[in-house]
Ligand binder design. Structure first.
Ligand code: SF4
Length: 468
């Protein structure tokens, strides 16, 4: 048994990153014959993409996917540790699996992802949910065939690594979309914002080599993909851990030069956003004019407590530079009720929102994550006040989202149509600026980038028709 350790997960060394190739042994390839797997994914895009890898590995082992958990032989929960409610949802799901196992004891059940990297979670699993067959973390997805082989040979498997982490190339992916693909460019994060568990659960920052990333993009283009999103916890720091003379701006340029129709990237930390990156975004039409730039707070005092390494002023300076990208849309993340946040601090956040008039914002009430510095900070703001602040913030965010969308009325925009919309006789897709559009169109347009005229505007979506 290999349990996670928070102390070890905090350590950063200068040890060179190890690059490995994923391989599956022949003896594992028939393990899933006549068996069905169900996987439930929680949390961020990184987890979604990890699940795409897990699915492909399982299918190499001859498992087949099933969407109803009750009919599965193997159940995996790919978990998220960012907020407490994600934790609660996972434990609720584990309860449901327990009931299933009572009637079908042969079901193999396991958890993986960020929660599996948390010491307290594993302790809870060992005491209350000891019937789970398998626990593995974010660093050893490539070892899943061996772990499952051992489980099916009667051994319970708990294998969670805390230290370092390697870069594993060539892990297969069963992608959710045929038109849009995630491309991991780095793993982990070294920023250690005081509220965030990611540097512990995902480990040290490890960038993939640029040639491997570009090869993956070229392969996706060959397969007919129209859009790729370069993915990492803090993509702007790409390459800083490699002893190479390239950085995120070089990677963006190389990605654009593959001529894949759309290149996106997420998530950006304001600290590492360089002028050179902005110039590259402006230079290439296939780098989409959409930036997600987390603010978290507009108060310098709170930003300092959060360990965010920028000020309200430097954030706004960067924001103004980004606004020089033609037609750019900018979204953000904001936390309300961070420990010690006063009404004055909160009003400073509202001030920034009033200046930036974001296209959209993900807003949250602070959720203490055990083991992070912020969890130990004195937090005496009542929940009721935090909820009032969130409500007030959301009103403002919604107002600007609608105002920004209003500008699209009667305009012509390019939309990548991804699939059926919930609206009758319509398809859905996104503009270059990441606006959701419902388009009256037949299925033959699925997978195409089409010119659409916007005919109606709502707060969170647009409606349109294809231009002739
Ligand atoms: S940069 Fe993002 S992932 Fe890294 S510690 Fe800060 S909030 Fe967490």
């Amino acid at each position: 048994m290999l349990k996670p350790c928070l102390k070890e997960a905090k350590v950063r060394t200068d040890k060179p990153i190890t690059f490995k190739e994923y391989k599956i042994e022949q003896k594992y390839k028939n393990l899933g014959k006549n068996k069905k797997y169900f996987i439930k994914t929680y949390g961020c895009q990184m987890n979604e993409h990890d699940s795409e890898n897990i699915k492909a590995i399982l299918e190499q082992m001859n498992f087949s996917e099933i969407k109803e958990m009750e009919k599965a032989d193997l159940i995996l929960l790919n978990t998220c540790a960012i907020r407490e409610n994600a934790h609660n949802k996972v434990f609720g799901m584990i309860g449901r699996i327990k009931h299933l196992k009572e009637t079908k004891p042969n079901i193999v059940a396991g958890i993986c992802g960020c929660m599996a990297q948390e010491e307290i979670v594993i302790d809870e699993i060992l005491t209350k949910y000891n019937w789970l067959n398998l626990v593995f973390g974010t660093h050893n997805i490539d070892n899943l065939p061996t772990l499952l082989y051992n489980v099916y040979n009667g051994q319970k498997q708990i294998e969670v690594y805390s230290i370092e982490g390697d870069v594993i190339e060539n892990i297969p992916a069963k992608r959710d979309s045929k038109y849009k693909a995630w491309v991991n460019i780095m793993y982990g994060c070294d920023k250690f914002c005081t509220y965030c568990i990611v540097p512990y659960t995902r480990g040290r920052q490890r960038s993939r080599k640029m040639e491997e990333i570009i090869k993956e993009i070229n392969d996706l283009k060959e397969e007919g993909y129209k859009e790729i999103t370069l993915l990492g916890q803090n993509v702007n720091a790409y390459g800083k851990d490699l002893k190479e003379d390239y950085d995120m701006s070089d990677l963006l340029e190389k990605a654009a030069k593959t001529n894949i129709p759309r290149v996106r990237f997420i998530t950006s930390h304001p600290w590492d956003f360089t002028d050179k990156m902005i110039e590259i975004i402006k230079k290439y039409d296939n780098i989409m004019p959409y930036i997600h730039l987390p603010l978290q707070s507009g108060s310098n005092r709170i930003l300092k407590l959060m360990g965010r390494r920028y000020t309200k002023e430097s954030y706004l300076e960067l924001f103004n530079k980004l606004k020089t990208i033609p037609n750019v849309s900018i979204t953000t993340d904001i936390i309300v009720g961070f420990p010690g946040e006063t009404e004055e601090d909160f009003n400073e956040t509202l001030d920034v929102v009033n200046i930036c008039k974001y296209d959209s914002a993900f807003t949250f009430i602070f959720s203490a994550r055990e083991g992070t510095p912020a969890a130990k900070m004195k937090d005496d703001t009542p929940l009721e006040i935090k909820e009032q602040r969130l409500y007030k913030l959301n009103e403002l965010v919604n107002k600007y989202a609608k105002e920004n969308n209003d500008k699209y009325l009667n305009k012509e925009v390019l939309v990548l149509l991804e699939g059926k919309s919930n609206k009758e006789n319509s398809l859905m897709g996104y503009t270059e600026t990441m606006k959701l559009v419902n388009v009256k169109a037949s299925d033959k347009y699925i997978g195409q980038i089409v010119k659409v005229k916007i005919t109606d505007v709502k707060t969170w979506s647009l409606d349109g028709v294809i231009c002739n």
